[in-house]
Design a protein. Structure first.
Length: 298
């Protein structure tokens, strides 16, 4: 599932190409990707409307239109947005049709599940690819958009994400730290990949009760969260499976992973083999030697 760095990569790329462009038409290969409104009604609200801004909240992308409506894209497990020339066509199954750019990343098998295409005023298209059909698009007014985001916790790069907030949050949670940080009501945007990486860099065992973390460990967690997410954004996200950017290309942070999907490989810190367990139904990777169950002394 795309997490904060992947969705932020998409958001920044879209900002560069979509602002002040108009949506000229929308074609659905699979209407089920649209939630809460019929395609005909949807088209009436978006056709010939200008795009004003692109925002990210947690793992969502919202595109603000000049008529005060918003397009909300949730990537879920395998969704990603692709921006390319209007000359690219898809067949009825959502697969790209043969093109003179034979070596284009759009021919990557994971880019072959186009569910909807937005035709833009600059002769470009914005296509939404989703293998598993869990992703969705919604049309929301400003009040509905605010409501859709109201239950998310603070963004890791916001002022409200600070040591005071984390100390209060963790002190009330007697469940594993991994479960706490995966809950979007606590912290927005962190998923399984970056939870594992942040906990490894912080030297915190994923099964530790959040309430047991010391002041020093909370500081390490705070610094590691910002550090890991910053580096992942710089490398344009992680593509261990489905994520692709708006050009259809993979992110390169996969090459920097220390624990996620590194089972039985030696830990970079101490050589101990990385283990894999299940925490809250999620595959969880850690080093039992440097990520101990007991607290680090302050």
């Amino acid at each position: 599932m795309p997490e904060l760095p992947e969705v932020e990569t998409i958001k920044r790329d879209l900002e560069d190409v979509l602002i002040n462009k108009k949506i000229k038409d929308v074609v659905f290969m699979w209407p089920g990707i649209l939630k809460g409104v019929e395609p005909e009604i949807f088209l009436k609200y978006v056709k010939n409307i200008e795009i004003l801004s692109v925002q990210r909240r947690a793992k969502n992308i919202s595109i603000k239109l000049s008529n005060d409506w918003n397009l909300l894209f949730h990537m879920k497990m395998t969704g990603h947005l692709i921006y390319t020339d209007k000359s690219w066509k898809v067949d009825k199954n959502g697969k790209w049709i043969a093109h003179n750019k034979k070596n284009s990343p759009l021919f990557d098998p994971l880019n072959q599940f186009i569910r909807v295409i937005f035709y833009l005023s600059n002769n470009k298209i914005l296509a939404f690819s989703d293998l598993r059909k869990f992703a969705y698009v919604k049309l929301l007014n400003s009040e509905e958009l605010t409501d859709a985001f109201k239950n998310y916790g603070p963004e890791p790069f916001s002022n409200s994400f600070n040591l005071e907030y984390l100390t209060k949050l963790f002190s009330k949670k007697n469940v594993s730290i991994k479960k706490v940080i995966l809950d979007q009501k606590n912290i927005a945007g962190i998923g399984n990949i970056y939870a594992d990486e942040i906990l490894w860099e912080s030297k915190i065992h994923p099964l530790r009760a959040a309430s047991s973390l010391t002041k020093n460990e909370i500081k390490l967690f705070y610094k590691s969260t910002k550090s890991i997410l910053t580096r992942a954004i710089e490398k344009r996200g992680t593509s261990t499976s489905d994520f692709r950017d708006i050009s259809g290309k993979k992110g390169s942070f996969s090459e920097s992973l220390r624990v996620y999907r590194q089972t039985d490989k030696p830990c970079e810190r101490d050589g101990n083999l990385i283990q894999r367990i299940s925490v809250g139904g999620r595959g969880t990777h850690f080093c039992s030697k440097c990520q101990k169950l007991e607290a680090i002394n302050d």
